[in-house]
Design a binder for this molecule. Structure first.
Ligand code: NAP
Length: 262
């Protein structure tokens, strides 16, 4: 959608979500931002207000389905939502531990259920007016399972495929759906990685790419291209050919108690 004026972003308190908020912040734009950390959210809101946007913040966990739906409905009442970006997500420490049982379930809850909890109410709000756009945050990690992050990869594959199908289904209602698949983007999530991240990109640049892709109503917004090409090749080859290579890739450092980051 070109020039959305009422935008809701989950996970707007840091990283890519915050960069997206700033990318859209301008006079005449209303931003509704969620996160769980008040201080970080307020900092982003202040920057967006300085750029001329009207900003509303909500401390809402994307796993709290009813609370999130009610908050979204309130934002839609205040100004009908043009664009909803289901961005909130977590990754877990692996390394020596692998994803713990608790981490794996949290990742699915936030990265998959949290996206469903955001996109379905958005669709219900947009459907009567036959207008609106939903963006779903997947990842290049959603094209092939990597041993360092099984639940993360699976959660991102799940929302990617769900979003692609949703695009066809909701097009009948006049609603646009795009799936976003970034490679490595500098953020608190990747700051903890102590291994080389090929083609690591600043969050501001990623936000501009995403914004352009959404304005063009692209089905998939995949970047950077060179890393995407490598991942697609990995996904195309028979898994047995690449398992050995992937098993040797560096992993995030172990942090069994961390809910985000690593
Ligand atoms: N960075 C990358 O390289 C990369 C690559 C591909 C895809 N992605 C995806 O991009 C999205 C943003 O990641 P990021 O790199 O910007 O990470 P980040 O800086 O850690 O930001 C994650 C955001 O999600 C929010 N969040 C986490 N759990 C939440 C919950 N239960 N309820 C509500 N909000 C929650 C966080 O809010 P609080 O901190 O306030 O809780 C924060 O605003 C994620 O879905 C991630 O998987 C990132």
């Amino acid at each position: 959608m070109q020039d959305p004026k009422s935008i809701l972003i989950t996970g707007g308190s840091s990283g890519i979500g915050a960069a997206l908020a700033l990318a859209y912040a301008a006079p005449g734009v209303r931003l509704a931002l969620t996160g769980r950390h008040r201080e970080r959210l307020d900092q982003v809101a202040a920057q967006c207000r300085a750029a001329g946007a009207e900003v509303v913040t909500g401390i809402v966990d994307v796993c709290a389905r009813a609370e999130l739906a009610a908050w979204m409905a309130g934002q839609d009442d205040a100004r009908p939502l043009d664009l909803v970006i289901a961005n909130a997500g977590i990754s877990a420490g692996t390394g020596a531990y692998g994803e713990t049982d608790r981490q794996a379930r949290q990742i699915f809850e936030v990265n998959f259920d949290g996206v469903v909890n955001t996109a379905l109410p958005a669709a219900a709000l947009m459907r009567p007016r036959r207008r609106g756009q939903i963006a779903i945050m997947s990842s290049l990690a959603g094209f092939r399972g990597f041993p360092g992050a099984p639940a993360y990869c699976a959660s991102k594959a799940g929302v990617r495929v769900w979003g692609e199908a949703l695009r066809g289904m909701l097009s009948r209602d006049g609603i646009e759906v795009s799936v976003i698949c970034p490679g490595y983007v500098k953020s608190p999530m990747t700051d903890r990685n102590d291994f080389p991240m090929p083609f690591l990109m600043e969050a501001g640049r990623a936000a501009q790419i995403i914004r352009r892709g959404l304005a063009a109503n692209r089905s998939r917004i995949v970047f950077p291209r060179r890393l995407a090409a490598a991942v697609w090749l990995l996904a195309l080859l028979p898994p047995g050919w690449t398992d050995g290579l992937l098993a040797r890739l560096p992993e995030k450092s172990a942090d069994p108690d961390s809910q985000a980051g690593a």
